[in-house]
Design a protein around this ligand. Structure first.
Ligand code: UT7
Length: 328
């Protein structure tokens, strides 16, 4: 059985920024309320004319460069997204073409904010079984084009961006490997966070275009409670599977949804906040993109270093959740 490793990391945030003060002019909210309740100060907004696939490509190119792997060495591309360019085909196919990768399997994965951890889990299986050697996983979202800018409970939270890992087969002597990964879903809670219209059950029509059911809806408090519980439980699962103590971790990189959720995880594990990566002030919630963006920011500014022990943990609509423990 082979082991997989994270060979390269990259991310992309669009230049345009939407600040809390900008939002004050759009809905009844305030910079202070948003910062106190979420920790978010700004979020990035995709450039006009760009799609999710364009952000994927930029993040992927940085990750490939970091991994020193060329596009023609890739065996598989997974794009975790709930905001792909089209309903069909998969955004991963557009990414494959725009990167110039030839004739390899490419698919999208929708596990909402847990999508990146789900993708890592799947990539790890393909490497372990020896089917593939080099896999690109990208988390990318264009959420600002899915927001109802009249709903202050959701529109203040979400932003755009992309992040990518190149996952490769580790050498037998390699100590830096993906040690374990775990994924879950609790589908009975699907309507805590969802977009009711636009799917097969309630297709877009004149009514759903105007009644708000085509936009994201969320029961924030319920999500909050479940998020903390799910992330703690997934981390515990990874710690137990590898006989690791939480105090052995160099970093936790959680899904970036709300600074108070991150603080709850810190309190639960009695793990210091300054060893939990947070980028939510800069990015807002970028769903499947949030973990690789936060990871890449900390990697590029020198906090995250090769050889460190790092826990990724996520939760999201579905309700999905997951964790992965890496020796980076
Ligand atoms: O990736 C997963 C995605 N989702 C999440 O992670 C969301 C998890 N939930 C949360 O982050 C929080 O529940 C929110 C940030 C969404 C809301 O924070 P909260 O502390 O749960 O606030 P609340 O919903 O209990 O609202 C408190 C008050 C309410 O007013 P009243 O009823 O006390 O008068 C809201 O109407 O704050 C009001 N409020 C706002 N005020 C200013 C709600 N949204 C806003 C807003 N600006 N944007």
């Amino acid at each position: 059985m082979h082991r997989s490793k994270v060979a390269g990391v990259g991310s992309f945030l669009p230049e345009k920024v939407l600040t809390n003060h900008d939002l004050e002019k759009m809905v009844e909210t305030s910079h202070d309320w948003i910062v106190q309740r979420t920790g978010i100060e700004r979020r990035h907004v995709i450039a006009d004319g760009d799609g999710t696939s364009d952000m994927c490509v930029r993040a992927a190119q940085r990750a490939l460069e970091d991994a020193k792997i060329s596009v023609d060495q890739l065996d598989l591309i997974i794009v975790a997204t709930l905001s792909g360019d089209y309903k069909m085909p998969a955004t991963a196919c557009l990414v494959q073409s725009k990167l110039g990768a030839k004739n390899i399997m490419a698919f999208d994965l929708n596990a909402a904010c847990s999508g990146f951890v789900y993708s890592l889990h799947i990539a790890d299986q393909f490497i372990k079984t020896g089917v593939y050697k080099n896999i690109l996983i990208v988390g990318a979202e264009t959420l600002t084009r899915m927001m109802n800018y009249q709903d202050r409970e959701t529109c203040i939270l979400f932003g755009d961006g992309a992040g990518a890992f190149v996952i490769t087969r580790a050498d037998e002597s390699d100590k830096n490997v993906v040690m374990t990964s775990h994924t879950h879903a609790e589908g009975s809670l699907y309507d805590l966070l969802w977009v009711p219209a636009g799917g097969a059950l309630e297709p877009y029509n004149a009514e759903t275009a105007t009644n708000g059911r085509g936009f994201m809806r969320m029961k924030g408090k319920e999500i909050f409670k479940n998020a903390t519980r799910a992330m703690a439980s997934c981390c515990n699962e990874a710690l137990e599977a590898t006989a690791t103590k939480v105090s052995d971790l160099d970093w936790i990189v959680p899904h970036q949804a709300n600074l108070r959720i991150t603080e709850a995880v810190s309190n639960y594990f009695d793990f210091p906040m300054d060893k939990i990566i947070s980028s939510v002030h800069e990015t807002g919630n970028t769903s499947a993109a949030s973990i690789p963006i936060a990871f890449d920011m900390a990697y590029r500014d020198g906090r995250i270093k090769r050889g460190q022990l790092i826990m990724l943990t996520a939760f999201g609509a579905g309700l999905t959740s997951g964790s992965a423990l890496l020796r980076f």
